[in-house]
Each structure stands twice: as structure tokens, then as C-alpha cells.
Write a protein that binds this ligand. Structure first.
Ligand SMILES: *Cc1c(COP(=O)(O)O)cnc(C)c1O
Length: 388
């Protein structure tokens, strides 16, 4: 279905005509969710941390649940609380550290916490058991990422000890891969072996947590043997490639479009400076447009940014300002104030992807979409009306 015909079902903040905005295709997210289930042949926990990678926590979560999703994962307890406040009652796993002050709330709201530290385990247990409550936890094992997790030599004893603490139920066990998106598979193979070792030792003392999980998006494609009971997918859910070495099949669809509008069209003489600090000078008489997107929207203040206008790709000239920037209209005729500009997404057969921008910014596509500011209204639509 053509983008112009898509029905916008939900406009947060109810802007009939926003200045700069995101359009989020929830059909694409549902399609990607189903593809991940089909390929991994296991349950898919939708990773919706960081405002669903900029796409919108609540709307993305609801779309995933409508498509059959059962598990959500977030980085912080505050994100899980926000889901519960919006009546999303499905299992949620907090992947990061949660302070013991939150454990009663977690137990009440049935929010699963990640546990990897003995002192924290005691603090959780004291709090919950003192109130006759139980918190569900997933134990994190550090198999080589060296970020969070119990180290393998202590893991079995730690889990045996935690399983005897009142007020804590071990519901899951997991690990996280450091290099699953790279062509060199040795590190991940070693991480899987270490994780398997812990699982085997645990089963020899009769412990097998209900949910065993390890894979992120990249591992779903590169390490199908590590699918276990669940995979935790973020980037692929949004239709974005895990890395240049781990590209998604073309059945996946990117969901996010970033748009703004032309606010001024101006003809300048040769030798005129443009914007703060005159980091651009016209080399001849030039037409320049101002557009309403800036670094406060997540459009970074670097040189070499590009934009699509009237089906042509053009360059940002001069410094990106907080709320605006200027683009060259070289070879683009008939531009008027109010015309749509695409920074991420498609326009008349041309496309600018989050991956293009990541390359230009010297970063990863994850950072590009997570950087999309809260002030950008998000317009949600279903491109495929049969779904949903
Ligand atoms: C963010 C995160 C994921 C999701 O990773 P993607 O590469 O976006 O699929 C999975 N597991 C953990 C522990 C994470 O922090």
C-alpha cells in the first residue's frame, strides 16, 4: 500500500500538522516480530527499552502484543513501571540493575528483575519476605561481555544459594553476547559453551529455571543453536540491520520515518556565510532553504548531513542549529515553504536509512534511532490494514 494512502490511526499529542515528526509503521513492527518468531522458532521478547529505540514505548508494545507477543524487556525499572501504568500487564523483564528500594513495587506489579549480585539478593529477600511477597528474578551470567552478570565459577553456588532465599523466585537464567554481530564467531561460540557449562552444572543439582535465554537480534541469525526458550530482540524488531556484517533478510521492514518541513527559501549572492560561525559560504549565487530539524531533535551537529526534498537528495550546509538547519536547493526547483523533507525514510523512490546516517555520523543505527527526541510527535499507522 502506498504511504500516502496509509491510515494514521493514532497521533500522540494530536498534531494535525506537526513541524517535525516521526511516522511509525506498526504493521512493519508486527511483521518483523512474526519474522523473528518464524526464524528463531522460539518465543520472542520484544526489547522496548529507550522508548522502543525511539519508536514509542507504549504504541510499539501494544502492537507487539496484538501480534501475539508475550514478553517485553526493558533496561530500567522505570520503563517497566511506565508500561504497567499504561495497563500493559504482560510479563516484563528489567535487563539492568534495579535498586532494592523498588523490589516491593516489582513484586506487586509482577515485574521480573535481573539479579547478579549477592548483596542485592539479600536486600531483595529481606524486603519481600518481610511483607510476605515474592519477586521473580532472572539470573544473569557473565559469559564474556564483562558488563553485568555472575562470573561462571561462582554461578552455580550463587544460584543454589539464591534459590534458598525467602521472597525470591528464580524464574529465568540468561547471558548476553558481546560479538554476535561479527563475522568472527569464536567469541560467541566460547560464550555459548560457558553458558552451557553453567546450565549443565545446574541441572546436575536439579535446577533448571523456566526461562533460559541468550540471543539478541544478531544471534538469532548467526547462532540459531542459542535460541533456548526465548530470544531478546530489539534492533531487528524495528527493521534495522544488527550490523553491516549481519544484514536482515529483505522480509524485514524499517518502521521509522523522520520528516520535517521547509520554513524558508532564500536566494543568496556568491560569498555569503550561512548559519552559526559561517561554516558554509556560497561559492556562487545559490538557493538555500531552512528546514525545521536540529540537534535537539537528535539530528546531530556534524557536517555532511543529507536530506530528501522533491524526490532529490541534497546536502545540509553549515552547522546544524538546535532546532533548524539549512540545505542546498541546487538543482531542485519549485520549493515552497511547508514542503515535506525526509531525513530518514523514503521519498519518491529515494531512501535515506538509519544505517546511512550511522555511517555518516561514525556510529551505529541503534544510536541514530534512540536519539530521536521526545519532542518529535510520533504518528502511528498501519501500512497493511489487514493486520493489527
Ligand atoms: C538491548 C539488549 C538486547 C537487544 O539487543 P538487539 O541487538 O537490539 O537485538 C538484548 N539483550 C540485552 C541484555 C540487551 O541489553
Amino acid at each position: 500500500m502506498q504511504e500516502s494512502k496509509a491510515r494514521f490511526i493514532l497521533v500522540r499529542m494530536n498534531h494535525p500538522a506537526p513541524t517535525a515528526w516521526l511516522e511509525i509503521d506498526l504493521s512493519a513492527i508486527q511483521n518483523n516480530f512474526r519474522e523473528l518468531g518464524r526464524i528463531s522458532r522460539t518465543k520472542v521478547a520484544a526489547v522496548v527499552k529507550a522508548n522502543a529505540y525511539g519508536h514509542g514505548l507504549i504504541e510499539v508494545s501494544q502492537a507487539v502484543l496484538k501480534a501475539g507477543g508475550e514478553w517485553l524487556a526493558v533496561a530500567r525499572f522505570e520503563e517497566a513501571e511506565q508500561l504497567r501504568r499504561n495497563w500493559i500487564m504482560t510479563p516484563i523483564l528489567v535487563l539492568g540493575y534495579t535498586p532494592p528500594e523498588q523490589v516491593i513495587e516489582a513484586a506487586k506489579e509482577n515485574i521480573r528483575l535481573t539479579l547478579f549480585d549477592a548483596r542485592t539478593a539479600l536486600q531483595y529477600s529481606t524486603q519481600t519476605s518481610g511483607r510476605g511477597m515474592t519477586v521473580k528474578v532472572h539470573i544473569k551470567i557473565n559469559t564474556g561481555m564483562n558488563r553485568l552478570g555472575v562470573d561462571p565459577p561462582e554461578a552455580v553456588e550463587f544460584i543454589r544459594w539464591v534459590s534458598g532465599l525467602p521472597g525470591i523466585e528464580i524464574e529465568g537464567i540468561f547471558t548476553h553476547f558481546a560479538r554476535a554481530d561479527e563475522p568472527d564467531f569464536d567469541t560467541t561460540d566460547r560464550q555459548i559453551r560457558i553458558f552451557e557449562g553453567v546450565l549443565t552444572s545446574l541441572s546436575s543439582i536439579g535446577i533448571r529455571p523456566k526461562w533460559v535465554h541468550a540471543s539478541n537480534s544478531a544471534a538469532v541469525f548467526n547462532f540459531p543453536q542459542a535460541a533456548y526458550d526465548m530470544v531478546r530482540c530489539g534492533i531487528a524488531l524495528y527493521g534495522l540491520h544488527p550490523s553491516p556484517d549481519t544484514m536482515l533478510p529483505d522480509t524485514f521492514k524499517p518502521a521509522l520515518t523522520l520528516k520535517t518541513r521547509v520554513t524558508t527559501v532564500r536566494e543568496l549572492e556568491e560569498g555569503q556565510g550561512v548559519g552559526y560561525n559561517y561554516r558554509y559560504y556560497t561559492a556562487q549565487p545559490e538557493k538555500i532553504a531552512t528546514i525545521a530539524i536540529g540537534y535537539a531533535d537528535g539530528f546531530r551537529r556534524v557536517m555532511g548531513n543529507k536530506a530528501l526534498l522533491h524526490g532529490r537528495e541534497t546536502s545540509v550546509v553549515g552547522s546544524v542549529c538546535m532546532d533548524q538547519c539549512m540545505i542546498s536547493l541546487d538543482g531542485i526547483d519549485g520549493v515552497q515553504v511547508g514542503d515535506e523533507v525526509v531525513l530518514i525514510g523514503k521519498q519518491d523512490g529515494l531512501q535515506r536509512t538509519a544505517e546511512d546516517i550511522a555511517r555518516e555520523w561514525g556510529t551505529v543505527n541503534y544510536e541514530v534511532v534512540c536519539g530521536m527526541a521526545d519532542r518529535l510527535p510520533r504518528k502511528y499507522y498501519y501500512s497493511n490494514e489487514g493486520n493489527g
